[in-house]
Design a protein around this ligand. Structure first.
Ligand code: SAM
Length: 263
């Protein structure tokens, strides 16, 4: 018997231990034989084991070398392909198309990993993640509320975002302070996207939410003058949180038409 693993806070390690919750998450993932699956942060293998069993093949990306050694021992001879490294720097494009990404994501990297994965959206079939409930609420938020921001707009532009269910802290060891939730992201087809310059859209959205309390007249000064916003039917006296994803796309396209580029 190997010694128990000591959970590392800096890697956001809270391991799933509740069998019912694990089954529910695997049912939400619905792995099938032949699926092109990759798991971020397999940890001690709570999701890895049942997903590998159902799919027959699985890749994992894990940063913690101690856990890599354990996984290597436990899954020796099985169709588990282990990559040691930082998922934030990992080239998911090298894994082929129709990719299904899963993971109980470390809380400390949840927003950057979502933006990193957005860059590979064309190669992804779907992504099912466990995240802090508060982050999932920001991901699915609609215009007008305090949860709505850059994360909501940029993810909802690229993906359909569907919250699945909450997971209480007691399902993990060590027990985290916060409730978690499962969320599924499904890339929107290219013809639905609409922004002529996605990088310009990203810059405009960042500017609009950079200073949340300021109005569009101020935050978007470098992008669209008041008359330009008014012509789009958008009141320059509003704050960014009132605009829909489509409003941001229309502003970005107007800027692109005027010859503006992201860089
Ligand atoms: N999947 C396991 C479970 O559900 O019990 C572990 C989940 S734990 C919340 C997060 C896992 O992600 C840990 O195994 C941690 O070492 C790993 N991790 C943390 N930062 C990472 C990174 N930047 N790249 C890859 N894995 C990371």
């Amino acid at each position: 018997m190997s010694v128990p693993h000591r959970a590392r806070k800096r890697f956001g390690q809270n391991f799933l231990v509740d069998g019912n919750i694990i089954r529910k998450i695997v049912a939400a993932i619905a792995p099938r034989p032949g699926d092109n699956l990759v798991e971020i942060g397999p940890g001690l293998g709570a999701l890895t084991r049942p997903v590998l069993e159902a799919s027959g093949h699985l890749r994992v990306v894990e940063i913690d070398r101690d856990l890599i050694a354990r996984l290597g021992d436990e899954f020796a001879g099985q169709a588990l392909e282990i990559h040691q490294g930082d998922a934030l720097k990992f080239d998911f494009g090298a894994l082929g198309g129709d990719l299904r990404v899963i993971g109980n994501l470390p809380y400390n990297i949840s927003t950057p990993i979502l933006f990193h994965l957005s860059e590979y959206a064309e190669r992804i079939r779907d992504m099912t993640f466990m995240l802090q409930k508060e982050v999932v609420e920001r991901m699915v938020a609609e215009p007008g509320g305090a949860d709505y921001g850059r994360l909501s707009v940029m993810l909802q532009y690229r993906f359909r975002v569907d919250k699945q269910f909450d997971v209480a802290p007691g399902a993990f060891r060590p027990v985290p302070k916060v409730t978690s939730a499962i969320v599924r992201l499904t890339p929107r087809p290219a013809q639905e996207l609409g922004a002529r310059d996605a990088a310009l859209l990203a810059r405009i959205v960042s500017a609009a939410f950079g200073q949340r309390r300021k109005t569009l007249r101020n935050t978007l000064r470098d992008f669209a003058d008041q008359a330009g916003l008014a012509e789009l039917g958008i009141d320059p006296g509003l704050r960014g949180e009132r605009l829909s994803v489509d409003d941001f796309v229309r502003i970005a396209n107007r800027c692109a038409d005027a010859g503006m580029r992201a860089s």
